[in-house]
Design a protein around this ligand. Structure first.
Ligand code: 4NP
Length: 163
């Protein structure tokens, strides 16, 4: 069966979306589902293209045993909408930009926001931690860990119903 392909998107692709990528991969591995999914991340901007994840984000993630290995790249609208099944933004600003990049109803149907999948949290954005302190990075990871669990259960539930 084809892998389900998910692209996580934030502004710079050095804090939130590379963390979402790493957390999702780790959670899929815990659930023994790694071979069913392809996970990637990208940024609305190319400001940090070629860079590793932000060192502060990496440190906070490492404390929870998540390794951030991805290298920043900008969203490639045509290819990414063609290749991915789900394109998931981190905040309302990302969603506005993604809706503007979408060309067709099929593209639009692939879009959702990370906090749509939250189980425990009521936040409606994964806030940009770049200009803030430690708490912001911890909140990003708390929100992502919760939303990745929600996303996996929704996707697996959907697959069960479809089979
Ligand atoms: P991210 O965080 O969108 O979660 O990767 C940011 C990284 C860099 C900048 C802003 C947000 N920046 O302005 O350079």
């Amino acid at each position: 069966m084809d892998k389900t392909k998910i692209l996580f998107v934030c502004l710079g692709n050095i804090c939130r979306s590379p963390s979402a990528e790493a957390v999702m991969k780790a959670k899929l591995s815990e659930h023994k589902l790694s071979d069913k999914y392809y996970i990637d991340s990208a940024g609305i901007t190319g400001y940090h293209e070629g860079d590793s994840a932000d060192s502060r984000m990496m440190q906070h993630a490492k404390k929870r045993a998540f390794q951030l290995t991805s290298i920043s790249r900008p969203v490639k609208a045509k290819d990414d909408f063609a290749n991915f099944d789900f394109i998931i933004g981190m905040d309302d600003s990302n969603m506005t930009d993604l809706f503007n990049l979408a060309q067709t109803d099929a593209d639009i149907s692939k879009l959702s926001k990370m906090t749509d999948y939250s189980i425990k949290f009521s936040e409606t954005n994964v806030p940009d931690p770049y200009y803030g302190g430690s708490q912001g990075f911890e909140l990003v990871l708390d929100l992502l860990e919760d939303a990745c669990e929600g996303l996996i259960s929704q996707l697996e539930e959907h697959k069960k119903k479809g089979s």
